[in-house]
Design a protein around this ligand. Sequence first.
Ligand SMILES: NC(=O)c1ccc[n+]([C@@H]2O[C@H](COP(=O)([O-])OP(=O)(O)OC[C@H]3O[C@@H](n4cnc5c(N)ncnc54)[C@H](O)[C@@H]3O)[C@@H](O)[C@H]2O)c1
Length: 332
Amino acid sequence: MVQHSGGASSRWRIGFVGTGGVARRHAHVLAGFADVELVAATDVDPDRAAVFAREYGLRAVDGTAGLLDLGLDAAYVCVPPSAHGTPEVELAAAGIALFVEKPLAADLATAEWIARRLRATPVPARVGHHWRCAEPVRLARELLAGRRIRMVAGSWVDKVPPVAWWADRTRSGGPLVEQAVHVLDLARVLVGEVAQVHAVSAGPVPGGTVDAATAAVLCFADGAVGTMATSCMAGSRHRTGLEIVADGLVVGVGEDRLEVHDADGRRSVRFDPWTARVAADREFVDLLGGAPADPAAGLPDLHEALRTHRLACAMARSAAEAAALPVPVPVP
Ligand SMILES: NC(=O)c1ccc[n+]([C@@H]2O[C@H](COP(=O)([O-])OP(=O)(O)OC[C@H]3O[C@@H](n4cnc5c(N)ncnc54)[C@H](O)[C@@H]3O)[C@@H](O)[C@H]2O)c1
């Protein structure tokens, strides 16, 4: 539980590091919560911060030091993958709870460093794997309970996102780390840990250093096998999610869909993706007040998200080296 810093105010004082697309999404949702006050935002681009501040009625400040001066309860870290690290460590050292957008970093070493530094602080930190809060994921978990899973086919087929940093592998981490990480997180939640990966790349996107397409084989620790295919060369988002084959049942699941195929035939349901996005922010705010976290269905903490990041980074490395690699296990 976080101690309110707002004095007589009973609203949670929340700030932002990074004021781009995903920060807008969170600000829009949080602005609708009666127990939240949007206080301040910082961005390396002060003009962006100023526009964001006007739009959401908060203050634009200079760096994390500017946020700390205003006494926050929590901050959303919504920076590009390569900019994670210092903001989290400085904010956590000041006792500010963190909502960290995925991926944890563009590489593995930075993410491991952040996790080590945050382990020494008691602040709650949650990572933006909001698919875990989605109704189709909850239903898929129920359907698969007690069944042996044999095979998984994951995909993320999309366009190159319209942000300047994305096509540069050192800034985004590439499609496996920046996009497919949502699906890999889901595979860990619904199927289990991956012990070994072998990925191959179709080469870089035109004018960039990230993979235009990758295909990978995944060996799960419990014996299930899987594939993961990514491409960012489609004209728009085509398909993202998992097909899971268990004995007598196939479940297709993503942020906004559930497909079930069993002996009774096929059923397919669409869901509004906003529901899970709102649920994730609500869960984080409730956590500030001491609400018990649901490790099975809620947002992952930083150390749980690190396991997914290790898997994504192992796959990206495997594709770069064209070699089968074990997925590193955590040091106790
Ligand atoms: N969970 C989700 O569904 C979801 C959706 C979209 C994006 N994301 C993630 O959120 C992150 C940001 O994505 P985006 O689309 O908002 O990108 P964006 O480029 O629109 O916004 C990033 C902002 O961070 C600022 N910035 C860069 N370095 C900074 C630093 N050191 N300090 C402060 N500000 C800094 C940039 O100037 C920019 O305004 C990415 O890692 C992305 O993967 C998650």
